[in-house]
Design a protein around this ligand. Structure first.
Ligand code: HEM
Length: 505
């Protein structure tokens, strides 16, 4: 019916759909990138589609990213788009449950709390967790003693475990890490059960999982609050502790964060990093297992930087870890091909004119018009589209870490990182900046840009090289396709990686 109501000529073109209300939900939800590409060809970079009663205006490509993420005004509003989904999980009075001016202060507090000093302490902790995991987890038990034997593990299961173990040992603090072996794991699972696309699309369903989510948030809040009180009462706070750093900071009006705000920020950090990092780590391991030359280049990089005369690899430091071009490129390229978040959304508070350079109307009825995105619509930018744009990237669908270390910031180390055939190829990287008009945006851009990027690189980098130091990996089939039915893009089955313990280091 909606399609029969005449639209204003200033409305962006609308994607045709058969079923009212549902609109393009199934096509978008099942495989968003072909959906976007097909409609981009038809309508240009800006078009609107219906998804379960919501009107969503996609603005694609680097210019679309800039349009959605770059503006200074709050007419494109993040909290209106996300709060119904995030607040029940994170808790009240933080992130999207507060006006943006408060959240921006909270974001600064988190930035201060995630200091380089802490990161230096975290590398060893992560390494230890991964080594303990490989030594004791049932997934690796079968090959414990026989070093020649190949075993296999489900990469997503393993990366989810390792990610939460390492994040809780570092960011979340030792008390949470200890509790993870007991009650905290169950609470985490209940909370996570409320962080799904169903929750995003239908926030008010009377499902048991919603009640579990709410109960888990309450119990976790109590748990964090108790830990915080003990830490502050002890008077000798651990310098690597994020919660204590948060407690030391002040809002502009001089007030400090309340206990429940600190607890809720800690929950938000846990949830923001868990699926994004475990998905990225899974994709990295799948690609490495499928690309023996890159796996070898990664290992050689370890030997070159950390090898010692006795044949052992010495421990890494945070500062050294940041200077490894192969490792850096492997993560960077994986985030290009598999950005965990494919759609960034904002709700439109006031009508916004689309810049003519972006709208380029295709259809006759739109020829003379300037598009205006109506109030009440959502706008959407998609890193997945700009990161695969053939106008920007050479061979965009190929996982090719060399495109970064050959022509990117790590160019000086390109020779050292060659994989043996001496070939140095320019895979096209060009003007990829961190700005809002960049085609490369796995961490978003502008005022809502991710603050977890450095931690994610530290965590992922340490996990990956610790695994590469200890294991040889193999994948007997192609890297799996994307599963878009999860909140964060995950690999479909089969996703078993074969491994063998590395003998001499
Ligand atoms: C925001 C991606 C890890 C905390 C974002 C955004 C993206 C993103 C795309 C922008 C969302 C938007 O504009 O709507 C990622 C990826 C990660 C990662 C790909 C790992 C590979 C982390 C970690 C943390 C974190 C580890 C916490 C320690 C945040 C926070 C925001 C954010 C607090 C700000 C949200 C806002 O300002 O609205 N992240 N993230 N992220 N991320 Fe991450």
């Amino acid at each position: 019916l909606r399609q029969m109501i005449p639209r204003r000529t200033s409305d962006p073109p609308h994607v045709f759909h058969w079923i009212p209300f549902v609109g393009s939900a199934i096509e978008y939800g099942t495989n968003p990138v072909p959906f976007f590409t097909k409609n981009k060809e038809k309508y240009g970079d800006v078009f609107t589609f219906t998804m379960l009663g919501r009107e969503i205006t996609a603005a694609l490509g680097a210019k679309g990213n800039n349009f959605v993420l770059g503006g200074k005004s709050l007419d494109f509003n993040a909290e209106d788009a996300y709060t119904h989904f995030t607040t029940p999980v994170f808790g009240t009075d933080v992130i999207y449950d507060v006006p943006n001016s408060i959240f921006m202060q909270q974001k600064k507090f988190i930035k201060v709390a995630l200091s380089t000093e802490k990161f230096r302490a975290y590398v060893g902790m992560i390494e230890e967790e991964v080594e303990d995991f490989i030594a004791s987890d049932p997934a690796f038990a079968a090959t414990q003693k026989k070093s020649d034997e190949w075993g296999s593990f489900d990469v997503v299961d393993v990366m989810q475990e390792i990610t939460i173990l390492t994040a809780s040992r570092t960011l979340q603090g030792k008390e949470i890490r200890a509790a993870l072996d007991k009650s905290f794991a169950g609470l985490y699972n209940d909370l996570d059960g409320g962080f799904t696309p169903i929750n995003f699309l239908f926030p008010k369903l009377p499902l048991p999982s919603y009640r579990k989510r709410d109960a888990a948030n309450r119990k976790m809040t109590e748990f964090y609050t108790e830990i915080l009180r003990k830490k502050l009462a002890a008077g000798d706070p651990d310098e690597t502790d994020v919660m204590v750093s948060l407690a030391e900071q002040r809002y502009k009006d001089g007030s400090s964060l309340k206990e429940h705000e600190i607890a809720h920020l800690m929950i938000a950090l846990l949830m923001a990093g868990q699926h994004t990092s475990s998905a990225t780590g899974s994709w990295v391991l799948l690609h490495i297992a499928r690309s023996p030359d890159i796996a070898q280049a990664l290992y050689d990089e370890q030997v070159k930087h950390f090898g010692s005369p006795d044949g052992q690899l010495r421990d890494m430091t945070y500062d050294e870890l940041r200077e490894l071009p192969v490792l850096d490129s492997v993560i960077r390229e994986t985030l290009r091909l598999h950005p965990p978040i494919h759609s960034l959304m904002r709700k439109v508070r006031e009508p916004v004119v689309v810049p003519p350079s972006l709208s380029a109307p295709r259809s006759k009825s739109h020829q003379d018009s300037v598009y205006v995105v109506p109030k009440g619509n959502f706008v959407l930018a998609s890193p997945s589209v700009s990161q695969l744009d053939p106008a920007v990237w050479v061979n965009p669908d190929a996982w090719e870490p060399r495109r970064w270390w050959v022509s990117g910031g790590a160019a000086a180390s390109a020779k050292a990182a060659e994989t043996g055939d001496g070939e140095v190829v320019d895979y096209g990287y060009g003007a990829v900046s961190k700005g809002t008009e960049s085609p490369y945006q796995p961490f978003g851009a502008g005022r809502h840009r991710c603050i977890g990027e450095q931690f994610a690189y530290l965590q992922l980098g340490t996990i990956i090289v610790t695994m590469i130091r200890n294991l040889e990996l193999k994948l007997p089939h192609e890297v799996p396709e994307h599963n878009y039915h999860t909140m964060i893009i995950m690999p479909k089955h089969p996703r078993q990686i074969q491994y063998r313990r590395r003998r001499a280091v």
